[in-house]
Design a protein around this ligand. Structure first.
Ligand code: SF4
Length: 93
């Protein structure tokens, strides 16, 4: 089974502490209002629509999972592309 994952943020729960941006700045970035968003490319654009997800490059996967595990807002979702199962974040088993 492929290990590829995608990630998205429940923006209304984001505390703006910046932990995710520290872990994986190529995937997470603040908007002007201090809310974190995901992006597919280090140079942006930010995916600001609620529920919009970014594909996670393999070399950043563990950083993104760590960010989801430690996110103070418990609002980073990480799901496998292959079957949609959430492997980190509030709905992970
Ligand atoms: S770690 Fe979670 S709460 Fe903190 S900025 Fe990132 S998404 Fe928001």
């Amino acid at each position: 089974m492929s290990d590829e994952v995608r990630v998205w943020i429940e923006h209304n729960l984001c505390t703006g502490d910046g932990l995710c941006v520290q872990y994986a700045p190529d995937v997470f970035e603040f908007d002007a209002g201090g809310v974190a968003h995901v992006k597919n490319d280090p140079a942006g654009p930010l995916l600001t629509d609620e529920g919009a997800s970014a594909n996670v490059p393999e070399h950043l996967r563990l950083d993104v999972i760590d960010a989801a595990d430690e996110c103070p807002g418990n609002c980073i979702h990480v799901a496998r592309l292959s079957d949609g199962v959430e492997i980190a974040g509030p709905n992970a088993g």
